[in-house]
Structure formats: C-alpha cells, structure tokens
Design a protein. Structure first.
Length: 170
C-alpha cells in the first residue's frame, strides 16, 4: 500500500502584509541587534509552511543545492529557489525587506560601511541585477535531526528532520 503525500500548492497568502505589520518590530529589531537573528512568530500559517516545505523534494523549483558538511556548515543541505519564485516567497520578500532595510543600513553605518540599501526591494533587486547578481537567493534549509544551529542551544528539531525557509533579499 502506498501512502500519498499531501502537497499543498503555495499561493499568495491573504493578509501577509497585515501579518508583517502586526509583528513587534521593536522586539524583532532588538533580537537582531542582540543575537543576529529574530523569530517572527506566526508570520506563516502551518499550511503555508507545509506548502513551501513540500517543494523541497522537487528539484525543478530550485537552481542549486548545497551540502552543508562539504563547507563545514553542519549536517544538512539547502537549496536556492529558481525563478519564478513561489508566490508566497515573492510576496514575503518586498514586505520584509521594507521592514529590515533600515536595520541593515544602521548596522552598516555602525561598522563604517558606506553602502546603504534603498527603501524599496525592487530598487535593491535592480542594484543586484546591475551588478550581475541575476539569480534569486531565497533558499530552503533541510537539517538532519538535532543538527540545526538552534539545536545547539535549544530543543527544537532534535527528534525530527527540519526544513525551514530562509527568505533573503536578492
């Protein structure tokens, strides 16, 4: 007997901008400043997470795969999405970028780095494309159980393999 996997097609989430606007950005920014990362709770619904993670086995959604152990990054792998991006990722990038570009600019200023990021994501993409970075950089991570960076200090995926989306800007 074969068990069929439930695959949910990612779609543009209703209210994604509202969900992003309701995030406690003071807390998120404080976490970024203190630890270099922040958890954005309830940004995605469980069905949206399932929809994105269910894409992982299908290589036609991705442009490349990196096995982390080959580069000393731990045990697991990640895949870079290819264009066209899933609608959910396409919706998240500009909305999150608008909230985070100021943090990046503040950090660059604090480190005396002259580069500043434009306020709009499409202006940043244009800068990337003009510099020759034309491939998308959002990626999906897959860790072996107990090996993700959070597991080193917390109990998060010790008993199961984890796949988590990382949404970045280019």
């Amino acid at each position: 007997m074969t068990v069929a996997k439930r695959v949910i097609t990612p779609s543009v989430p209703t209210g994604i901008a509202t969900r992003i606007d309701t995030i406690d950005w003071t807390q998120a920014t404080g976490d970024l400043d203190a630890q270099g990362c922040a958890v954005l709770k309830n940004l995605l619904t469980p069905d949206e997470c399932q929809a994105i993670t269910s894409l992982y086995p299908d290589d036609h959604h991705f442009r490349s795969r990196v096995v982390m152990g080959r580069h000393g990054f731990g045990r697991g792998e990640y895949k870079y999405f290819s264009y066209p991006l899933p609608d959910l990722i396409e919706a998240l990038r500009p909305a999150l970028y608008a909230k985070l570009s100021g943090v990046a600019n503040r950090w660059n200023e604090a480190m005396s780095i002259d580069i500043r990021y434009p306020q709009a994501h499409d202006a940043f993409l244009k800068r990337c494309h003009d510099a020759g970075q034309t491939r998308p950089t959002p990626l999906l991570l897959q860790y072996e159980a107990g090996t993700c960076s959070r597991c080193r200090s917390r109990s998060c995926c010790r008993s199961r393999g984890a796949i988590s989306p990382a949404v970045n800007s280019c």
